[in-house]
Design a protein around this ligand. Structure first.
Ligand code: KDG
Length: 321
């Protein structure tokens, strides 16, 4: 049994060098918020399982192989009648500017709660179930899958973590707020950005500041979760739990590709959660992992290994050979 079980859609990720024209080369990778977090956990030495659903196609095989190759246990259903989802990063000036989804008819969009029958013991045997707000946005079936996973976890005493990961391309703020706040009674730890926190609280977005972050985190705990964290980008992150509120600054990095930073934060935060660390240490590890992923192109490729966190900037620039 894995300490952390994650559940969600992982897609093929296509990245061109720049604006696409006929004949452009596309780099084929994979990405999914939950499997990104699972890969981050595996790189930090934690036992992680990803539960997913892909097509019975080459892209589905690539998804399964890549996540497995990173040391994550993969329990993925294969749908012979629906394709693996795809996303495309539109690039301008060498940097990703927009993500387009091709996933509304994907295998994961056809997920239903009965698909969890073979993995009930896996979910119930975990210490942490890590979910994101993306899965409920995929449709009524995936939402029912999330509800069932939360119910299994609650019955078994598994800690439930929800990273809001609000995707406006998938649903409206109003629908997201209504669905996600309805789940929060079953969630122990909530991870959000300031815009996502404002969306859940039904308030206008404010400019993020450490003080605003602690206020938002404290007010998010009133929606149900005992612990809430608000990620503030280069300002670090703020959190609140039964012991009070904290702000943990971070070291700014040169950002090459910010996509995946939140999943990396979740991985670091959860790794320290499993270790029983206090909230400030859990946030600090999340900050470090989030920064690491921003330095590298791709949604998860820059996720750090444990030795890189212990020695992030070797004193000597000399190459050992
Ligand atoms: O957080 C990174 C994710 O956005 C990405 O890997 C793909 O899960 C994804 C999504 O739905 O955007």
């Amino acid at each position: 049994m894995s300490a952390v079980v994650t559940l969600g859609e992982t897609m093929a990720l296509l990245t061109p060098p720049d604006r696409i024209t006929a004949g452009s080369a596309l780099w084929v990778g994979i990405g999914g918020a939950e499997s990104n977090a699972a890969i981050g956990l595996a790189r930090l030495g934690c036992d992680a399982t990803w539960i997913g659903r892909v097509g019975d196609d080459d892209l589905g095989t690539a998804v399964v192989r890549e996540i497995r190759a990173e040391g994550v246990t993969v329990l993925a259903g294969r749908d012979p009648d629906a394709p693996t989802g795809m996303m495309l990063k539109e690039v301008r000036g060498g940097r990703p500017r927009r993500v387009r989804y091709y996933r509304s008819t994907s295998a994961a969009a056809r997920w239903c709660p009965e698909d969890l029958d073979p993995v009930v013991d896996v979910v119930a045997g975990a210490r942490v179930l890590h979910l994101t707000g993306i899965t409920p946005a995929l449709g009524s079936g995936p939402l029912a899958v999330v509800r069932r996973a939360i119910a299994i976890s609650r019955d078994a005493g598994v800690t439930v973590v929800l990273d809001v990961n609000h995707r406006r391309a998938l649903w409206t703020d109003e629908r997201a707020r209504s669905v996600l706040t309805g789940l929060l009674g079953g969630v122990d730890v909530l991870l959000a950005g300031p815009d996502e926190a404002a969306m859940l609280l039904g308030e206008p977005e404010e400019d993020p500041s450490p003080q605003a972050g602690t206020d938002l985190a404290t007010r998010l705990t009133a929606l149900g979760p005992g612990t809430a964290v608000v990620k503030l980008g280069e300002l670090g992150a703020a959190g609140a739990d039964a012991h009070g509120a904290v702000v943990v600054p971070t070291t700014p990095v040169e950002v090459v590709d910010p996509v995946g930073a939140g999943d990396a934060f979740a991985a670091g935060f959860l790794e320290r959660t499993l270790a029983g660390a206090p909230l400030a240490d859990r946030i600090a590890r999340g900050n470090a992992c989030g920064g690491a992923v921003c330095r590298v192109r791709g949604d998860w490729e820059g996720l750090p290994f444990r030795d890189e966190l212990d020695d992030p900037a070797p004193a000597s620039a000399a190459v050992v050979r």
